[in-house]
Design a protein around this ligand. Sequence first.
Ligand code: ATP
Length: 306
Amino acid sequence: MARGLTKSYGDVQALRGADIDVAAGQITALLGRNGAGKTTMISIIAGLLRPDAGTVELDGIDVLSNLDEAAKLTGIAPQDTGVYGVLTVRENLEFFANLAGVERGSRATAATDVAEQLGLTELLDRRAAKLSGGEQRRLHTGCALVHRPQLLMLDEPTVGADVATRAQLIASVRAMANEGAAVIYTTHYLNEVEALDADIVIIDHGEVLARGTRDELVEAHRLSGLEFTLDAALDAATIDGLGLTATDLTANGGATYRTSDDRSIGALIADLGPRSEGLLAVESLRPDLETVFLAVTGDRLDEGGG
Ligand code: ATP
């Protein structure tokens, strides 16, 4: 869908030829550290920002040269909430429906439907300025999806939201995907990625470094091994000789180490010899999304990219 996206802001190269694909009914979580280029990417796809190079095509339409058409097909909720405080919840929703080309006769229903979906029905006639922060977040998201776009983009929609609002937003996003929308969702909360059952694209320094389902990425970056803590630190020659990596020091003079092979706990104890009497904890490394994310973006740091 988007190919070769490149964008610089002065000296800062925010995107360096990034590609992303979406499919109807699929949620794509766009993950990356602060400044990775996520907001720049979705702003370009939504037609809000011109890239220096690259193409965006949606449903056979060249988004960058058909912005009016694209506005009907896409919906974006940027990071900062952008609802109109003097307008009521209903008026905000109808206003954004109008902007996205929803016909006059359908706007009222579109507004009440989305209010229902986001738990805002009771608040339809309240001015947005008088909503709580979480309610404003929900309205902000509602304004992006009131015209039922084919492609919905949400930029960190749950920042500052309480547990209930977060759950409601996630349920709405899932519902949109179940209705057939493609969704691009940026977040720093990896548990949301699991809750959304999203495909994952990891971006760093404006480049896509990894993509796949959660299980594919975990499998590809499987970190086997044991992590153990000793009550006293080992010397460098021992660490090297036993094929270990030191990962942390503990407060009382001990240290934590990792093996990076498939050694069993028994073999580790044998290798440590009498030092194994100082073992405080041993656990198998279980790769999760966070491990994968750190491995993908950390590799990049090790290569001098960060
Ligand atoms: P975050 O997780 O912090 O929201 P992000 O992945 O969304 O980050 P972007 O906002 O796309 O990252 O920023 C990518 C890079 O471009 C960063 O280095 C940022 O400082 C820079 N940048 C973004 N917008 C501008 C701008 N308007 N002017 C100058 N530099 C910018």
